[in-house]
Design a protein around this ligand. Sequence first.
Ligand SMILES: [Zn+2]
Ligand SMILES: [Zn+2]
Length: 325
Amino acid sequence: MHQLRWHALLQQWVVVTTARQNRPQMPENWCPFDPGSGRVPDHYDVYLYPNDFPAFSEDAPPFEPGEGLFAETGPRGACDVVLYSPEHTLPPSKLSLKNWRKVVDLWTERTRQHSENPDIELVAVFENCGEAVGVTMPHPHGQIYAMPFLSPMVQKEIASARDFAASNGGACLFCSLLERELKDKFRLVAGNEHFITFVPFAARFPAEVWISPRRHTRTLLDLSDAERASLAESISVIRRKYDALYGFLLPLMMSVRQAPLRRPDAPYHLYVQFLPLQRSKTKLKYLASIETAYGTFLADTAPEEMAEMLRACEPKTDPYRESGS
Ligand SMILES: [Zn+2]
Ligand SMILES: [Zn+2]
């Protein structure tokens, strides 16, 4: 079974995709992402690999949602795996800046391709990293889901941005948050010419960090060449800081959040969100009832203290540096 079902209480689509349950057990010591596997080129730096068990696929029935409490429709879209490196055991914190740049360029190019496909509404670029997030494959990789609808979280962000703009003369909600973070300084972690990295005021996850362009941009397609280089550098810096925080690979979820492709009027501001799951050197954060069933988060660390800890971790950069200086 492979279809979208409407969750009437939460007003969101659930992807029912039972084929994923039958994913074959990989033979030990064999990885499809390694050069020589026959599944990827024998030489590559970064590589876009079609997901073998896609939640959204180009040959699925189209997304034509019907009405009613029990609506269902087709999950047309696309799912890719983004291979960050041919090296099987390389943690993302050890990925070269050159490769991060190629990863960012690949995300951008794939977003551009999807922007020409009328079936695609949202391009979700993300990475699950670490066994605590359910990733058993050490090969460094992320994913791109091209979805035929807006995810509820992005929808919520757009609604918040719309409300804010309506009562603040059209101002961008995210630019306004950023302005305050730059003024307060307590929660800044790192910065470069085009991007600023900070722990958000109301961080929900331990060591949660956002990386935002200083300039108002909506999608990866709006970034200049120099800005893409700055974004790659910012991601490289935070990944190294994260793994230096407790001295091991920090389990986390990363998402590159961008405006929907087909709604030029939807207010949005591109940013990269990191949601780590480690709440101390020995403890994991579990999303239990209050978070999962009610959607209210308990945070165990003060964002200002976490920002200070992350600032102190190698590599050190100056987050207070003003733009262009
Ligand atoms: Zn591998
Ligand atoms: Zn903005």
